[in-house]
Design a protein around this ligand. Structure first.
Ligand SMILES: NC(=O)c1ccc[n+]([C@@H]2O[C@H](COP(=O)([O-])OP(=O)(O)OC[C@H]3O[C@@H](n4cnc5c(N)ncnc54)[C@H](OP(=O)(O)O)[C@@H]3O)[C@@H](O)[C@H]2O)c1
Length: 254
């Protein structure tokens, strides 16, 4: 069971951890993992009710704090700064998604689609990181961004935006190196049980996804949380500017 190892439990004692999109899915599992390990966790998202529900359900050493903010809006991020912790040890840029596709096939809709995917996936990570950089622990700070296998396999504007995050992470790692802090990207394949696809997957879809992996099961939010915990932990201090694939071998296929 994740979090039962006494040494692991020590890892995050009293560290300040900020998780964007921590109210649902992968972000919620990440927040829960850090909370169990003794961290002071703050979760961010646009919907206050999703954040409150997650905060009430996550069992940790300290209460989970919530901050409702649209991370694609610079003014909103600026306004939220007073509610965010003064010191940040771990920043997890997890907020993202695809949103509802714009109807129609004209260039106007194409532009809308690309702008929307940029707003949904690139700006939340970039704006929150820029805002919190002055508060990031130096040395020891860790920035971990959630990418996607779509960056490596395609999937239109969404994949392109996740690839942009990987390129951005190079610059961030270069910036942070001198401060003794690191920046890495966790790159999940398909992960079940989140709001990403707007509803639960059918049995057929799950079987298809399962068959694409080498390990014969689909990803769970906890798989991604474990990779994030590793990159935030004491054994990963010499790893920066990297991408960690968490996809059960999907890239190799079967
Ligand atoms: N599920 C998968 O198969 C999969 C695979 C690869 C990568 N990923 C990535 O994993 C991350 C988490 O996704 P998920 O699968 O856990 O889906 P999810 O349940 O939809 O989680 C996305 C979270 O991000 C928050 N969010 C989105 N836009 C935001 C914004 N502008 N400002 C603040 N919060 C925002 C959402 O909360 P609000 O709606 O309340 O704002 C939500 O809590 C995403 O970056 C996604 O691209 C997912």
């Amino acid at each position: 069971m994740i979090g039962d190892d006494p040494e692991e439990l020590m890892n995050d004692r009293d560290r300040s951890v900020v998780v964007s999109g921590g109210g649902t899915g992968i972000g919620r599992a990440i927040a829960a993992r850090f909370a169990r390990q003794g961290g002071h966790v703050t979760i961010l998202g646009r919907r206050p009710e999703a954040l409150s529900a997650a905060a009430a359900e996550i069992r940790g050493t300290h209460p989970v704090r919530t901050v409702a903010v649209d991370l694609s809006d610079p003014a909103d991020v600026e306004a939220a700064l007073s509610e965010l912790p003064d010191d940040v040890d771990v920043l997890v840029n997890n907020a993202g998604g695809r949103g509802t596709p714009a109807a129609g096939g004209g260039l106007k809709e194409v532009a809308e689609r690309w702008r929307r995917d940029f707003d949904n996936n690139v700006l939340p990570a970039v704006l929150l990181t820029e805002a919190l950089l002055p508060r990031l622990a130096s040395p020891g700070g860790r920035v971990i961004t959630i990418g996607s296998v779509a960056a490596l396999r395609g999937n239109g504007a969404y994949g392109a935006m996740k690839a942009a995050l990987q390129a951005w992470n190079h610059t961030l790692a270069q910036q942070l190196g001198g401060r003794g802090a690191t920046a890495n990207v966790v790159v999940p394949g398909y992960v079940a049980g989140t709001e990403f696809f707007g509803g639960p997957a059918t049995e057929e879809e799950l079987a298809r996804r399962r068959s694409q992996t080498l390990v014969g099961r689909v990803g769970e939010p906890e798989d991604v949380a474990a990779a994030v915990a590793f990159l935030a932990g004491p054994d990963a201090g010499y790893i920066t500017g990297e991408f960690l694939n968490v996809n059960g071998g999907t890239l190799l296929g079967r």
